[in-house]
Design a protein around this ligand. Structure first.
Ligand code: ADE
Length: 270
C-alpha cells in the first residue's frame, strides 16, 4: 500500500518510522511518502494561510499550495495504483471507525491532507472531489490543533490490518469493534504470568484449560465491560445475534428486551 501525507509539519509524522508502521515500511508492505506543503509556496515567507472571507476567527489554508502539492503527488502515481483515495482529517468529517479502517486497508493508495488553522479552502475539496474518492474523516468529538495526530491514528489502525503486518494473523479478528466474532462488544480483561502478583491471582477459569468455559467467561466479561463503558453498543446490537447464554448474561447485568422492537435496554439511571 502506498501512503502520501502532505503537511506543514512533516516532522510531526516521524512516528511513522517507529514500531508497527515503521516495520511495515522496512518490510516493503507500506510505501510512505511525507511531503512538506511549503515546498509548493512561492513567496519569501512560504505562506500557506490567509484570513477567512466573511470574517471570523483564525486563518484558512490557501488553495494554491494544496493544488500544486496534490497535482504533484497524483502525477507521481504508478499506473498499477490507479487513483488514490483522498483522506481529509477534519473535526467536521464522518467518524473514523474500524469499519472504515477495514475499507481503507483494501485500497492500494491513500493520500492524507492534515490541515492546521481553521481548515483548507473548500474549493480544494470540491476540485479533487471531481476526480477522486474524497473522505472527510473525524477521529472523535474533540478539536485538535491539526490533522497530523489524526493521520497517525488512522495510519496505525489501517496498517495493522494489512496482511503480514501483525505477527499473529488471527489477532485482529476479535478486536473490539472487529466485524464478526465479538462484534460490537468491548474486549474484557487479559492476564499473563506470573500467576500471582502482589497477592492478586488469575481468574480460576483461565487456568482450567477448558476452552468452552473460557470462551463463555470472556464473552460474559465483554458484556460486563460494554455495559459499563459503552451501553449504546448493547442498545443497538441485533438481538438475533445473541444466544441463550448471552441473554442470561445481559439479564444478570440488569438488561431486558423492549416489548416492541426486541432491542435490549436498561431502566433509565442505571
Ligand atoms: N483536526 C482537528 N480535530 C480533528 C479531529 N477530531 N479529527 C480529525 N481531524 C481533526
Amino acid at each position: 500500500m502506498r501512503l502520501d501525507v502532505v503537511s506543514i509539519f512533516p516532522e510531526y509524522l516521524e512516528p511513522l518510522n517507529v514500531s508497527l508502521v515503521g516495520k511495515a515500511r522496512s518490510r516493503g508492505v507500506l510505501d510512505v511518502r511525507v511531503h512538506d506543503l511549503r515546498d509548493w509556496t512561492h513567496d519569501r515567507h512560504h505562506t500557506v494561510d490567509d484570513t477567512p472571507y466573511g470574517g471570523g476567527p483564525g486563518m484558512v489554508m490557501k488553495p494554491e499550495p494544496w493544488g500544486e502539492a496534490l497535482d504533484h503527488v497524483l502525477a507521481s502515481g504508478e499506473p498499477a495504483h490507479g487513483r488514490p483515495v483522498l483522506v481529509v482529517p477534519t473535526p467536521s468529517g464522518r467518524p473514523f471507525t474500524q469499519e472504515l479502517a477495514v475499507e481503507l486497508s483494501g485500497e492500494p493508495w491513500l493520500v492524507f491532507t492534515p490541515a492546521r488553522y481553521e481548515g483548507i479552502d473548500r474549493r480544494v475539496i470540491e476540485e479533487y472531489g471531481e476526480r477522486l474518492d474524497v473522505r472527510e474523516v473525524s477521529i472523535g468529538d474533540y478539536v485538535l490543533a491539526g490533522g497530523e495526530a489524526p493521520v497517525l491514528v488512522m495510519v496505525e489502525a489501517i496498517a495493522r490490518l494489512l496482511p503480514g503486518v501483525l505477527g499473529n494473523a488471527a489477532s485482529h479478528q476479535d478486536d473490539s469493534f472487529a466485524p464478526g466474532a465479538m462484534a460490537d462488544l468491548l474486549e474484557g480483561p487479559v492476564y499473563t504470568k506470573p500467576p500471582e502478583w502482589r497477592g492478586r491471582g488469575i481468574p480460576e477459569v483461565l487456568l482450567s484449560g477448558h476452552h468452552g468455559r473460557i470462551a463463555r467467561w470472556r464473552r460474559d466479561q465483554a458484556f460486563a465491560r460494554t455495559t459499563d463503558h459503552r451501553p449504546d453498543l448493547i442498545e443497538r446490537c441485533d438481538p438475533d445475534t445473541l444466544d441463550k447464554h448471552d441473554r442470561a448474561a445481559l439479564e444478570e447485568l440488569g438488561w431486558h428486551r423492549d416489548a416492541e422492537d426486541g432491542h435490549w435496554q436498561r431502566p433509565a439511571g442505571e
